[in-house]
Design a protein. Structure first.
Length: 279
């Protein structure tokens, strides 16, 4: 076993060893697996040119920042970058890498981040059984009347997808969470869209940052910590996602439907209460 570990360490590139130093064994495995997979795939297959190679990598979930329609332009860049004496490269062998080394490293990092987010999202999302247990006939009827998703499996899967797709959340943040972020079920039920949720979360952060930086509030913290803590706790409640969504529903009823938000709130509160009872 020790010899195998030494062999793996010897064959592991230096940048990867630095990247995984100090990480858990589980995270190290994710990084190593991602490296082996992507490094192997980052070579032209027989008969491929840049367009075909990029399409293949895109189909495997890589190149998230490159749209399908932009692949020909990206392929042209590769031909120029990999050419010589100002002439584009026209012959590609299985020994040639498709992406540059720095780009390959970035793709591996993105793949790992998404993998960690997927695993943590599965951990945080309520199980189908948990969702089913809070889906009383009355609550299901309320949600259906508001046009929301009520199928436990669909809700679970959509919550996981929202957490993975949420660009405001990192894998590390999800690892440190003990409960699912409330934005996930709002989007999963269909109460609001992912874009709306992103906007509300940005608004929430701006409001809380402004409050935290307010000089009078800082002075209160210095002279009366207990009162500061009390007021800050109340401000967090006043600016939670549910409250902000209600404000939007009153100000912009065309895009934010109060009935949907209230119905989703009911399920979310029940799921949070259920989690507290298990802790």
């Amino acid at each position: 076993m020790a010899n195998r570990a030494c062999e793996q360490a010897a064959t592991q590139p230096e940048w990867l060893a630095k990247q995984t130093a100090g990480k858990s064994e589980a995270d190290q495995k994710i990084w190593t697996s991602a490296y082996e997979k992507i490094h192997s795939e980052n070579h032209y297959q027989k008969g491929e040119g840049p367009i075909q190679a990029l399409e293949r990598l895109k189909g495997q979930g890589l190149l998230a920042d490159v749209s399908i329609k932009d692949i020909p332009a990206e392929a042209h860049k590769l031909e120029k970058q990999q050419g010589h004496d100002g002439q584009p490269k026209t012959v590609f062998t299985t020994h040639d890498a498709v992406l540059s080394t720095p780009r390959e490293h970035r793709e591996i990092s993105h793949f790992v981040e998404r993998q960690i987010k997927a695993e943590q999202s599965q951990r945080l999302a309520p199980s189908t059984e948990a969702i089913q247990s809070v889906m009383t006939p009355e609550r299901a009827a309320q949600m259906k009347a508001a046009g929301l998703e009520v199928d436990p499996q669909c809700l679970h899967d959509k919550m996981v997808k929202r957490m993975v797709d949420d660009k405001g959340l990192t894998g590390t943040q999800l690892e440190n969470m003990k409960s699912f972020p409330v934005g996930a079920p709002y989007v999963a039920t269909g109460a609001i869209t992912g874009v709306q949720m992103d906007s509300v979360l940005k608004e929430q952060k701006a409001m809380r940052d402004t409050k935290r930086d307010d000089q009078a509030f800082k002075d209160l913290k210095a002279c009366n910590p207990e009162e500061y803590a009390k007021q800050w706790k109340q401000y967090l409640k006043d600016t939670d996602v549910g409250q902000l969504l209600r404000v939007h529903a009153k100000e912009d009823p065309h895009h934010y439907k109060l009935a949907k938000i209230v119905a989703a709130d009911s399920m979310i509160s029940a799921l949070k209460d259920q989690e507290k009872q298990k802790q």
